[in-house]
Design a protein around this ligand. Structure first.
Ligand SMILES: Nc1ncnc2c1ncn2[C@@H]1O[C@H](COP(=O)(O)OP(=O)(O)OP(=O)(O)O)[C@@H](O)[C@H]1O
Ligand SMILES: [Mg+2]
Length: 264
């Protein structure tokens, strides 16, 4: 479904700050895989998601989705295939626009001229139904400006926008890290609900090792721009956090930098 083949990405090439962020990384996702991504700071997790989304061109290697090569497509041409949610609740929605204006942008994504038409009653009904599923009371606040919402509400709205038109691939970069624990759990629950319901293929970066093992069906660990562990099936079902840290140390030959890591 997603195929990342030996992707190399070097930042600041030829300078003292040269950094190989992705070191011929390869990764294959099956349809409906929900893969959690863990690793120390600077391991290349965000860079991998950025490479897939097309934030920059990679130095070498190939990326394809359902057999469609996307390696050389600009980001806006990948946007029909890929949806993303970032850590910052402010980044996914337009604050000065209303909830329904934000939703209509997501709903009409890739539909060109229809963008300028007014929002119709059918679209409003759909938005109410979808917002109701979030369980946050937003269905009664369609014409509220998004700037009035809390971080958790905004992140839930961003998630809804990311999945309103089913993407082929959903990329989540620590999308609950900026939320308080209770709100984070709620947004994670919504994430699981929508990925299951829409049978999405998902990559989710998290610093919470418990979440990494609890959510999804597969966990990969990155280190120095490569995938060093790929855990699924029975091995994953029986995995504990301490065992995971042990495996990391064995595979990487170093201690995991756990500064930002939530261990339980
Ligand atoms: N735009 C950039 N320019 C220069 N260096 C970059 C850029 N983006 C990332 N890097 C470097 O590439 C490496 C990988 O960064 P990346 O952001 O992918 O790490 P990460 O695994 O997401 O870490 P974290 O857990 O801290 O978010 C780091 O050394 C980082 O400093
Ligand atoms: Mg990151």
């Amino acid at each position: 479904m997603l195929n990342v083949h030996e992707v190399l990405k070097t930042f600041n090439r030829g300078t003292v700050n040269e950094k190989i962020a992705l070191n011929k990384v390869s990764l294959e996702l099956l349809p409906n895989d929900f893969v959690t991504v863990i690793g120390s700071n600077g391991a290349g997790k965000s860079t991998l998601l950025n490479a897939i989304a097309g934030n920059f061109m990679v130095d070498s290697g190939e990326i394809s989705i359902e057999g469609i090569p996307i390696t050389r497509l600009p980001a806006h041409k990948r946007a029909d295939l890929i949806s993303r949610v970032f850590q910052d609740p402010l980044s996914g929605t337009a604050a000065s626009m209303t909830i329904e204006e934000n939703l209509i942008m997501a709903f009409r994504r890739g539909k060109g001229r229809r963008l300028r038409r007014a929002i119709g009653p059918k679209e409003r009904d759909l938005f109410r139904i979808e917002l109701e599923k979030l369980g946050l009371g937003l269905e009664n606040r369609l014409t509220n400006k998004v700037s009035l919402l809390s971080g958790g509400q905004r992140q839930a709205l961003t998630l809804l926008m990311a999945t309103l038109q089913k993407p082929k691939l959903l990329l989540l970069d620590e999308h609950t890290a900026a939320l308080d624990p209770k709100t984070a759990e709620k947004v994670l629950e919504l994430t699981c609900g929508v990925t299951e319901q829409q049978q999405l293929t998902t990559l989710m970066i998290t610093h919470n090792l418990d979440h990494a093992l609890t959510f999804g069906n597969r966990t990969i660990m990155m280190h120095e721009g490569r995938v060093i562990l790929d855990i699924k099936g029975i091995e994953r079902n029986n995995m504990t956090i301490s065992r995971l840290l042990e495996m990391f140390e064995k595979a990487s030959g170093s201690h995991m930098n756990t500064d930002r890591m939530i261990l339980a």
